[in-house]
Design a protein around this ligand. Structure first.
Ligand code: GAR
Length: 224
């Protein structure tokens, strides 16, 4: 059986995209890259995809009259590449239920908070304002509820007293996001991850709670 293909949707810098491209290139994720699609023509991630030799498409949301029309065009563009897995990596759009349902069970997102805390925007600011001791990021299946799909993997870091929104975002990107997303996509590409009506299964075992990045790192080290 040939390895699955991954489509990545982006809106910006593409640091998560880069981690995925690197993991595919070095064989860590056993998959091929189908396409990278951006809703913004100026997204920095487009350059990263081009440099990696991956097909890129720009579907500018401002060219479409409404969300339904945009998501239809997006689905048409995606389907031309027949991706097995769709990864939202900083894709800053609310998706219509029709779009989400079409890719149910094979679309993932990374969100910069310890879901279910802080769905939506400005997660780092909100964690700082709330005086939280820790903050992090979550990789989850996409369902019609915004940032509400079942979480597969989460990683957290301690918030420091001197942290700013920017410093916190940067550490979470480096220490959590860039590690967590390739891991989940590696499992998905290997067919080890499933979404059933009662939740997420890894290796046919139900996840009773989101996996923790630290625990996974520990297990991986012990198995070396
Ligand atoms: C990342 O921090 C990602 O978690 C976040 O946008 C950033 C994209 O950065 N996504 C969301 O907030 C989605 N709700 P990147 O383009 O450099 O990967």
């Amino acid at each position: 059986m040939s390895s699955p293909s991954i489509a990545v949707l982006i809106s910006g810098t593409g640091r998560n995209l880069q981690a995925i491209l690197d993991a595919v290139a070095n064989g860590d994720i056993d998959a091929s890259m189908a396409v990278v699609i951006s809703n913004r023509p100026d997204a920095g991630g487009l350059q990263r995809a081009s440099e990696a030799g991956v097909c890129i498409e720009v579907l500018n949301h401002s060219d479409y009259p409404d969300r339904e029309a945009y998501d239809l065009a997006l689905a048409e563009a995606l389907d031309r590449y027949h991706p097995d897995i769709i990864a939202l990596a900083g894709f800053m759009r609310i998706l219509t239920p029709g779009f989400v349902t079409r890719y149910a069970g094979r679309m993932f997102n990374i969100h910069p908070s310890l879901l279910p805390k802080y769905r939506g925007l400005h997660t780092h600011r909100r964690a700082l304002e709330a005086g939280d001791a820790e903050h992090g990021a979550s990789v989850h299946y996409v369902t019609p509820e915004l940032d509400g799909g079942p979480v597969v993997l989460q990683g957290s870091i301690q918030i420091r007293s001197q942290d700013t929104e920017a410093s916190l975002a940067q550490r979470i990107m480096r220490e959590v996001e860039l590690k967590a997303y390739p891991l989940v996509l590696k499992w998905a590409a290997a067919g080890r991850l499933r979404l059933h009506s009662d939740g997420v299964y890894l290796d046919d075992k139900p996840l009773t709670a989101p996996l923790k990045l630290d625990d996974v790192n520990l297990i991986t080290k012990e198995n070396r």
